[in-house]
Write a protein that binds this ligand. Structure first.
Ligand SMILES: NC(=O)c1ccc[n+]([C@@H]2O[C@H](COP(=O)([O-])OP(=O)(O)OC[C@H]3O[C@@H](n4cnc5c(N)ncnc54)[C@H](OP(=O)(O)O)[C@@H]3O)[C@@H](O)[C@H]2O)c1
Length: 290
């Protein structure tokens, strides 16, 4: 099971560990039992194409997305894919993120994923549980060998600073946030801060949940490269240092297009044109959330 196109960009976690900058989202998977076989099939195809990073969460399909991911991964492992090549990301809901609650939530995720360890486990968004409790829970999960790295999601810069001040908080490996050509607010403060701390930013909803996949403003650049607007949107994010990107795609054509976007090299002219239509933030903005 060899990748047809080698991932051309990697992101480095604070530990120095490199991982492909391009991963696969799974939101909306596992919601309907009738679609399950097709969804498992699409994930299997993704793994055969070379995708190695999969982003899921206990919330998606109320565990259904983890179940679908687990089935596809189990089949791929049985077919010979080395577990060490995979990087499985999942997330705990804030209401389960107490030091004790996170143990049970993670165990349930592992059962659905049919895995012994989650590579990166994120707090899905900030809730009422004090951050230090959640960090203690994550540390215990690491001691138990159930997770390797932990991180957060939907944290703005103030949240990140607060997290850095709690015991153990500096071990945070990533912050997953909404970032796309049309949602560039993080570039003002959060992304530069994460770069200084060598903490990759995981960009979710890179197509604005489909809004960008045929955006007229992307077409001229796409035509110059004989690419699709979706590929331009993805290539632009992959061009940003310290950023990982996790597009969701539900069929083989989209998976192939998104994988091939890694080979699209945007020129200075392309970048200038895109910046004109999708300007960078001129001031601090509240964090965009989905
Ligand atoms: N941490 C958080 O709070 C959070 C929030 C939102 C999302 N996420 C994560 O980020 C992932 C991605 O975000 P998202 O699912 O919101 O949306 P997205 O990736 O921005 O967009 C997905 C949409 O784009 C379509 N698409 C994908 N590739 C395409 C292509 N090459 N050409 C045309 N259309 C294409 C998909 O259609 P098909 O399905 O038909 O291929 C789907 O409708 C999620 O799945 C999830 O894992 C995390």
């Amino acid at each position: 099971m060899q990748p047809r196109v080698k991932p051309h960009r990697e992101a480095h976690f604070p530990s120095g560990e490199p991982r492909p900058a391009l991963g696969l989202g799974t939101w909306r998977l596992g919601e309907a039992p009738a679609s399950r076989a097709a969804e498992v099939g699409a994930l299997r195809q993704a793994l055969e194409m070379g995708w190695r990073v999969i982003d899921t969460a206990e919330m998606y399909g109320q565990g259904g997305a983890e179940t679908v991911t687990g089935q596809a991964v189990a089949e791929a492992l049985r077919a010979g894919l080395p577990r060490s090549e995979l990087f499985i990301v999942s997330k705990v809901l804030p209401q389960h993120a107490s030091a004790r609650g996170v143990q049970a939530a993670c165990e349930a995720s592992l059962r659905r994923l049919q895995l012994e360890q989650i590579d990166l486990y994120l707090l899905h968004w900030r809730g009422a549980v004090p951050l230090q409790d959640t960090v203690r829970g994550f540390e215990e999960l690491q001691r138990r060998g159930l997770i390797r790295l932990w991180g957060v999601s939907n944290f703005d810069l103030d949240d990140m600073r607060e997290l850095g001040a709690v015991p153990g908080g500096r071990a945070c490996a990533t912050n997953q946030v909404y970032y796309s050509l049309s949602q560039r607010g993080v570039e003002f403060d959060l992304l530069p801060w994460q770069r200084v701390h060598q903490m990759p930013l995981m960009a979710y909803s890179p197509f604005d949940q489909g809004e960008l996949v045929d955006h007229p403003r992307l077409r001229p650049v796409a035509e110059r490269h004989r690419a699709t607007p979706a590929q331009v949107a993805l290539a632009w994010l992959l061009h940003q240092p310290g950023v990982m990107v996790i597009p969701k795609a539900g069929n083989a054509l989209h998976l192939r297009h998104n994988w091939a976007a890694q080979q699209l090299q945007l020129s200075p002219q392309d970048l200038a044109e895109l910046a004109q239509h999708f300007p960078p933030p001129a001031a601090r903005q509240p964090l965009a959330v989905r």
